[in-house]
Design a protein around this ligand. Structure first.
Ligand SMILES: [Mg+2]
Length: 448
């Protein structure tokens, strides 16, 4: 089998997918994308393309190394690593299809049958946006004022109605010191979410890189409420400062969504700075590199909670990795993709033939029902970003953030990609030890 050509697919609202074609007709799908830099990553994929054409797509490790070292001595960086990540995911897709196995079977097999998901929560109730309709064009009419009661109510809805068993709160204190007056306000809202979520539900918090002193104050204020982890407690440049913060608290610290390659994670783990690693499979180096990052973390007793704010392709690849990680904690997803329908919460509607469906433990299945092919199978993808809602004169390399906030032109009917691995398969409880009190075991469903 040889790689024949690479096809770029521009998928609404602003995502980039890659379809790798082989001479034997097997194709693989990946997501080479970097927020605000989509055209740069597409150009990087085209630069790397000659290294791939004519090569066996199943020799993934060798191809990864060739791509990483194929820049005249310049290695890494977010654009190159995002391109490599998307290609790597597509290569694993091909490998799975060629072997007739889901990807996690090629990575050592599943440690769990379901993958626990978490969802962001704040002061507004979650709501669905129909495929093809503007995403969050207006304020949710059911939203409550930005008071603790509203935060508690949102958490309650996500747990009791949507079925999530893990939530994450976002606070954005900025990088200055003048935010000290708001520290107690943040803690009050976190406590409200904790109360609204109820017992047995984990709640994490992302504090988005504040000044290190503010981070210490925030962690002190949040610690009594037992956050699952505190994410990005300071700017990413100085790992030793992160270690100093970690030494001053028992709260687990998390970071890594913008770290590329195994080396940054190695440095952080060696310093004892992190309890939770958050590589993004679409940026850190794909399935190949994230597997290694997880192993580095495992040696330091760190857990893995993959970052994933992108399309269902990146999510599907993440789920395959999650399935086989002994130190997996919880998986993020992009709430643009989730949906309530018929009493169930589905993720990826409008993109996937079979959206991921949360089961009774808020965990989509990670095993593919038919067991005869890989988990990443897509057909009939859209090939252009939507034009409506785009600002005229906007930089060609910055279309995504503005558009994605305005439009979720998922285009049901026009864009009908499909994953084969999606339907929840409820069976044995997840093997993660951080799920809180055990819940009733769900009914076993027929294998698809
Ligand atoms: Mg984050």
């Amino acid at each position: 089998m040889k790689i024949a050509r690479l096809e770029i697919l521009k998928v609404p609202p602003s995502w980039v997918w890659l379809k790798i074609h082989t001479d034997e007709g097997v194709t693989g799908l990946g997501e080479p994308y970097l927020e605000d830099h989509p055209e740069s990553v597409i150009a990087e994929v085209r630069r790397l393309e000659p290294l791939l054409i004519g090569r066996d797509p199943r020799r993934i490790e060798a191809l990864w190394k060739a791509m990483y070292e194929g820049g005249n001595g310049y290695r890494g960086g977010p654009v190159t690593m995002s391109a490599i990540s998307g290609i790597d995911i597509a290569l694993w897709d091909i490998a799975g299809k060629a072997a007739g196995l889901p990807i996690h079977r090629l990575l050592g097999g599943a440690c769990r049958d379901r993958v626990r998901m978490y969802r962001a929560t704040g002061g507004e109730r979650p709501h669905c946006v129909a495929p093809g309709r503007p995403y969050r064009a207006g304020r949710d009419p059911n939203a409550r004022p930005d008071e603790p009661e509203g935060w508690a109510e949102c958490a309650r809805v996500l747990v009791e109605e949507w079925g999530f068993r893990c939530l994450k709160v976002h606070f954005a204190p900025g990088e200055g010191l003048e935010v000290t007056a708001r520290v107690d306000r943040f803690a009050e809202r976190f406590a409200a979410v904790r109360a609204g979520a109820g017992p047995g539900v984990d709640v994490a918090v992302d504090i988005h890189n504040p000044h290190p002193r503010i981070a210490r104050q925030l962690i002190e204020a949040l610690a009594p409420h037992r956050p699952l982890f505190v994410e990005e407690p300071m700017p990413v440049e100085r790992v030793e400062v992160l270690r100093q913060i970690a030494e001053g608290t028992s709260v687990p610290l998390a970071a890594g969504e913008r770290w590329m390659g195994k080396w940054a994670f190695f440095d952080a783990v060696r310093e004892g700075a992190l309890a939770v690693l958050q590589p993004d499979i679409a940026h850190a180096g794909g399935i190949t590199e994230c597997r290694k990052i997880a192993a580095i973390g495992e040696a330091a007793y760190a857990k893995v909670a993959p970052h994933c704010p992108l399309s269902p392709i990146a999510l599907a690849a993440s789920l395959q990795l999650d399935a086989c990680l002994p130190n997996f904690l919880v998986q993020e997803h992009n709430e643009v993709n989730d949906w309530r329908e018929g009493g169930r919460t589905a993720i990826g509607k409008g993109y996937l033939r079979e959206p991921f469906v949360l089961d009774e433990e808020a965990a989509p299945g990670c095993r593919r029902g038919r067991g005869s092919a890989s988990s990443l199978t897509t057909t009939d993808c859209g090939r252009s970003w939507p034009t409506r809602g785009a600002r005229s004169g906007a930089s060609a390399d910055r279309p995504d953030r503005r558009r994605s906030r305005r439009w979720a032109a998922v285009g049901a009917g026009r864009y009908t990609p499909a994953f084969a691995c999606s339907r929840a398969r409820a069976s044995s409880p997840s093997s993660s030890s951080c799920h809180g009190p055990a819940r009733p075991r769900p009914r076993r469903r027929a294998r698809r």
